[in-house]
Design a protein around this ligand. Structure first.
Ligand code: NAD
Length: 260
């Protein structure tokens, strides 16, 4: 059984990993609901990049930090494309600070977007998946869902949390045709990481290229970035029938980061 004509909702898919995943699913014939922020031009470009695969594409700009907007996103997907078969919880933000000076509003935002939003999309789409006895939930966690780094308390807490949520949902669906897994990327050169590269270049008084090398050599033994397309390939595999007994996994694709 292929995933052609399945309906996939990919959160945070106007850039970076989410857009790469959306394109890989579209290449398999999935119809895609995009979500995320961006200028009208960026959103149009994301829609065009997915529509190029000849599939239906929707877009909804829900702010996932607000549960009522998550509800609106799921309702819009159902109205425009149909019930959600594949849910990829990808939207995420970062904030870097020592814990004692961590801005409280930023803590709440990271937990809301990186963790609670996935709870809401899951609780809203799971009943339909169970009723049809087929579904795939893939949570884009992080190497930081498995190990920690200093100054990333909210992010590491949220990512460890989503790995835990993944395992619980996998157990609650274990006798059904619905699976739930997490993907744990290492460094991927997206706008989220570019901001950290730029901050490092400024802090250390080095070039952006040197900052990239510094960032990679600290954590990622391959010293190469993972790409959104490679992560999209892993998501496609987790959505396949061959992966129907992969349940509750937290699968790292991280250039060796968590092997250390
Ligand atoms: P990105 O900044 O390129 O993309 C983030 C996406 O989320 C964008 O589409 C953005 O508009 C959207 N978004 C942000 N806040 C939102 C909100 N409140 N409501 C709706 N959408 C919102 O980042 P990325 O690097 O592609 O990150 C995607 C996911 O991958 C995140 O969960 C991130 O934690 C995870 N991740 C990234 C890396 C990396 O190295 N880039 C590594 C591990 C995990």
């Amino acid at each position: 059984m292929s995933i052609q004509n399945k309906i996939a909702l990919v959160t945070g898919s106007t850039s970076g990993i989410g857009l790469g995943v959306a394109q890989r699913l579209a290449a398999q014939g999935c119809h895609i609901m995009l979500n995320g922020f961006g200028t009208p031009e960026q959103i149009d470009a994301a829609k065009a990049a997915v529509a190029a695969f000849g599939v239906k594409v929707g877009y909804h700009g829900a702010d996932l930090s607000k549960p009522e907007e998550v509800q609106a996103l799921v309702s819009a997907t159902e109205a425009q494309l149909g019930s959600v078969d594949i849910l990829v919880n990808n939207a995420g933000i970062q904030h870097v600070s020592p814990v004692e000076s961590f801005d409280v509003a930023r803590w709440d935002a990271v937990i809301a977007i990186n963790l609670s939003a996935a709870f809401h999309t899951t609780r809203l789409t799971l009943p339909g998946m169970k009723a049809r006895n087929w579904g795939r939930i893939v949570n884009i966690a992080s190497a930081h869902g498995l190990v920690a780094s200093a100054n990333k308390s909210a992010y590491v807490a949220a990512k460890h949390g989503i790995v835990g949520l993944t395992k619980v949902v996998a157990l609650e669906t274990a006798t059904t045709g619905v699976t739930c897994n997490a993907v744990c990327p290492g460094w991927v050169l997206t706008p989220l990481v570019q901001a950290q590269v730029d901050a490092r270049a400024q802090r250390e008084g080095v070039s952006v290229e040197q900052a990239k090398i510094g960032l990679l050599s600290e954590k990622q033994p391959s010293q190469e970035f993972v790409t959104p397309e490679q992560l999209g390939g892993l998501v496609v595999f987790l959505c396949s029938e061959d992966a129907s007994q992969v349940r509750g996994a937290a699968w790292n694709m991280d250039g060796g980061w968590v092997a250390q």
